[in-house]
Write a protein that binds this ligand. Structure first.
Ligand code: ATP
Length: 225
């Protein structure tokens, strides 16, 4: 499993390459992240799906575990899955992990032809207007929003207006390299990293909420106690 694909990518067979990017704190990575990433890849017929652990999340409390631990767990989580890979570029920037910077870096590296699809849960969309240079995101990539239980699309405000202006169907991801918001309604597993951290802190087991190798890493390194 390639950790960081630095090779230039070009359109293959005349059709646009479509790359999914699933960013997260992954503190720790769990099965809901992995199922969501895999199902998105399949549903949207993405050529690649990369998980990007963030270094310093700008929009939430700092993670409990170090970037190294969180990235190690993501690597373990996907080591036997040929459909998912890890892209560690945000860990190499010693500053807040702004999505727009990550997309710009990928665009520069992969070229103008590639479709870049930044995937987020509906909970992240609600806070979109607090993201650094959020209106510029669509100049560089697409935004794919997944519906999460209990969350609804914003109905008023600047994000709602922006959403109405840019919303498109999934076919657009292949047609253009950037510029659209695609909403994907998907069944989601009710697992959260917060619940996993709380469970372990209480002294209970979080086994089976994540791949066994991740659980072993947590136990072996005495994380979240
Ligand atoms: P925390 O509980 O610490 O906030 P989390 O479980 O929500 O963590 P993050 O790393 O913050 O995980 O989320 C990364 C991405 O995964 C976000 O886009 C988030 O919306 C999405 N995500 C998180 N949990 C789920 C879930 N159960 N199903 C689908 N997507 C999820």
């Amino acid at each position: 499993m390639a950790e960081l694909n630095t090779s230039p990518v070009s359109d293959h067979l005349g059709s646009r390459l479509v790359i999914g990017l699933f960013g997260g704190t992954f503190d720790p990575v769990h099965n809901a992240h992995l199922r969501m990433a895999l199902e998105l890849k399949q549903r949207l017929q993405l050529d690649e799906m990369r998980l990007l652990p963030c270094h310093q999340p700008p929009h939430r409390d700092q993670p409990q575990r170090s970037s190294d631990d969180r990235a190690a767990m993501v690597r373990l989580a996907v080591e036997h899955c040929d459909q998912l890979s890890v892209d560690e570029r945000e860990l190499q920037r010693d500053k807040p992990s702004y999505t727009v910077d990550t997309l710009l870096e990928l665009r520069q590296q992969l070229g103008d032809g590639v479709s870049l699809c930044w995937c987020v849960g509906m909970d992240s969309l609600v806070n979109l207007s607090s993201w650094h240079r959020w209106r510029e995101l669509l100049d560089v990539g697409h935004l794919v929003v997944t519906a999460r239980p209990g969350w609804q699309l914003p109905v008023d405000g600047e994000v709602a207006d922006w959403l109405n202006e840019h919303r498109a169907d999934a076919a657009q991801l292949k047609k253009t390299a950037c510029g659209s918001v695609v909403v994907c309604e998907m069944s989601q597993l009710a697992i959260s990293a917060t619940e996993i951290r709380d469970t372990i802190a209480k002294g209970d087991s979080a086994q089976y909420l994540m791949p066994e190798a991740v659980w072993r890493y947590i136990k072996g390194n005495d994380l979240y106690n």
